[in-house]
Design a protein around this ligand. Structure first.
Ligand code: NAP
Length: 327
């Protein structure tokens, strides 16, 4: 393998964190590629609107995603559209294996693989996915115009998506297992003010029921009284959190019991040269701005790491063989 085939940095995952890392890495003149198996921009593409990315009052999720992509492309960031099957730490270089068989050697790796929507794990959820069960209001809301839908969850996602669906659906019922929402105060206020959105407190979905044309009822349970009831409904949108996409995290990298990667403030994992950022990393808030900031932090630290490795290799190659110095 020649030096020119070895990358300084490989970024795995093309969401806001990965793309921000790409921007900073290119500005630091690192030989960098970003690998994304699906759509560049990641989960951001699924958001209807973003109103909390500083300096941008309101923007569509897909539009903001495209701006991240175009910004990274403006620096000539190499994009590889393939699935990564393994990230293998090494003493000399780390190795990235792609589904097509290609193997890439790199000094540093930034893992930016994000998370995946969590399931309710109730009967009917898997069976009727795509036939009335959805995890994306922006993708599927259109099919429920003037229909009745429920949104499950009480966090930012459930409230945001519920508010989006209220613009399309006849009625939205937000089914939440407690008597208080977890979502930020501003979203709670909007939910309260939206007349097409009704919160069903202390309630869980115990079954999703369908007929030939898709979902048409849900079984609900009041968690305080235990009372069960069925409710006619056309669609079920589930937003009950998400799990980190940690399948590529190599052995030796520490994770929390929930599967988030533990890093220091530099986004460094327990393996030198391997960084974790964004929703994959253990932290208190999961926001686009934090993923972007993580990307910056990890790329700048990777630049120092790569430079110091190269400098020590240069020093080694300049050292005279043992004994020569005395001649
Ligand atoms: P989240 O904050 O973890 O909220 C998940 C919600 O689902 C909680 O209300 C939880 O109830 C409920 N839940 C979990 N498991 C459940 C189950 N099995 N059955 C019924 N309900 C269940 O997840 P999220 O809303 O997806 O947000 C994830 C992160 O992204 C958060 O940090 C959030 O702030 C951030 N986010 C931010 C924005 C924004 O700022 N615009 C938008 C979206 C997401 P409990 O409350 O009882 O635990």
């Amino acid at each position: 393998m020649t030096q020119s085939e070895i990358y300084d940095l490989i970024i795995v995952g093309g969401g806001p964190g990965g793309l921000s890392a790409g921007i900073y890495a290119m500005r630091a003149a690192l030989k960098t590629a970003i690998i994304e198996k699906a759509i560049a921009g990641g989960q951001l593409n699924l958001s209807d609107a973003v109103e909390n990315y500083p300096a941008i009052t309101h923007i569509g999720g897909a539009e903001l995603a495209m701006q991240f992509v175009e910004h990274a492309r403006s620096y000539g960031l190499e994009e590889i559209n393939e699935e990564v099957v393994a990230v293998e730490p090494g003493m000399e270089y780390h190795t990235i294996r792609l589904s097509g068989g290609r193997v890439i050697a790199t000094h540093a790796v930034i893992l930016a693989t994000g998370g995946t929507p969590r399931k309710l794990n109730v009967p009917g959820e898997d069976q009727y996915y795509g036939r009335g069960v959805s995890y994306c209001a922006v993708c599927d809301g259109f099919f429920f115009r003037n229909k009745d839908v429920i949104v499950v969850g009480g966090g930012d996602s459930a409230c945001e998506e519920g508010l989006y669906l209220a613009k399309l659906a006849r009625q939205v019922f937000l089914v939440h297992r407690r008597d208080a929402l977890r979502a930020s105060r501003i979203l709670q206020q909007r939910v309260e003010a939206e007349c097409k959105l009704e919160v069903l407190w202390n309630t869980v979905v115990s079954e999703i029921i369908a007929n030939d044309s898709g979902v048409h009822r849900v079984a609900l349970q009041d968690v305080q009284t235990g009372e069960m009831r069925e409710m006619p409904i056309d669609g079920v949108f589930i937003f009950v959190g998400f799990d980190p996409n940690n399948q590529l995290v190599p052995a030796g990298v520490r994770m929390t019991p929930e599967g988030f990667v533990v890093t220091d403030a530099q986004c460094t994992t327990h393996i030198p040269g391997i960084y974790a950022i964004g929703d994959l990393r253990d932290k208190t808030a999961r926001q686009i701005v934090i993923s972007a900031a993580d990307g910056c932090t990890a790329a700048l630290n990777a630049a120092h790491y790569v430079e110091s490795r190269k400098a020590s290799k240069r020093d080694e190659s300049c050292e005279l063989p043992t004994g020569m110095a005395d001649l």
